[in-house]
Design a protein around this ligand. Sequence first.
Ligand SMILES: *Cc1c(COP(=O)(O)O)cnc(C)c1O
Length: 370
Amino acid sequence: MEIVTAPEQPGASVRLRPEIAALPAYRQGRPAPADGFKLSSNENPHEPLPGVEAAVAASAHEIHRYPDATALAVRERIAGRFGVTADEVIVGAGSVSLIAQFISAAAAAGDEVVYSWRSFEAYPGLVTVAGATSVRVPNRADHSHDLEAMAAAITDRTRVVIVCSPNNPTGTVVTADEFERFMAAVPGDLLVLLDEAYIEFVRDEASVDGRTLIGRYPNLIVLRTFSKAYGLAGLRVGYAIGPVAILDAARSTAIPLSVTAASSAGAIASLDAEAELLARVDVIVERRDRVRAALIAQGWPIPQAQGNFVWLPTGDATSAVAERLFDAGLVTRAFPPEGIRVSVGEEESVEILLRILGELVPASQEGAAV
Ligand SMILES: *Cc1c(COP(=O)(O)O)cnc(C)c1O
């Protein structure tokens, strides 16, 4: 008898880490159709300010040189705004890079990283790449973090806890009171990452604000980014603030020289133009609140929305609803069988979104078939 084996894919026999080989390959969301809208990555719909674009263009003059390894100029600017020293600031190629650096600095094989779920889709992969184990704590019924359950999930193997406020993709915030109780409950030697990628869009006064916590906890790192409110997603630049000893460890796990001169130039020009950029954030916030109110009026149970996106709890109908939105020209981020995250994008996308969702609401709520 002849044994026929399927031809192997080149490279498939090379010994890789099994947990890495098992990860789903990264696939970016579908591009928006020609006259459609990309509402799938929480990007800022406003084009760059001319001054920011000019600063980035001017940086091209030095691309034959390596960048400043520590992005000192950006760190000094951020330090000045937060009232800390430049050593208490770290800049990375997006705050996702920084989260990876902090996890790698604190957690390895056998260690646990606690975070809420559903939360930022990047967390599971970053934990696995570090060799550590994810411990996911379910969100409360209102889609917010259950900080008491997260504190209860901490064991002597836990090395990192990630708190995401506003939470991507559900939009809910952790309150300042909840967060302070949480910090009082967790061991002082356990690294806590407060991921505030959307803080500039928050209008809930009860919300935690990392800025007010800086210097108060020896185990707390506050992470922010230029990708969302400042509209620099394509440049890759984010930062974190916290105790120097922890930042030094994260500097050791960084891939050297990944913050480019263009990224630094864009970040500094954005800080120079901050008033104008934050006025644009106000525009998005007004649009977000209008979209959420209209969807609630249609009967959608939309949770608190404090980021630049809204969460549709579509349950089993998730893929079908996302498909209907796609057919109407709206690319969204579907997480079947839980829900759909829709970024607040161009004003012209709002009418389409509300029209399609208005047609779907009676049947698609709470997971019923469309
Ligand atoms: C977008 C986002 C980030 C940061 O992204 P970068 O572009 O890498 O700075 C971090 N955390 C959350 C929850 C996000 O949604």
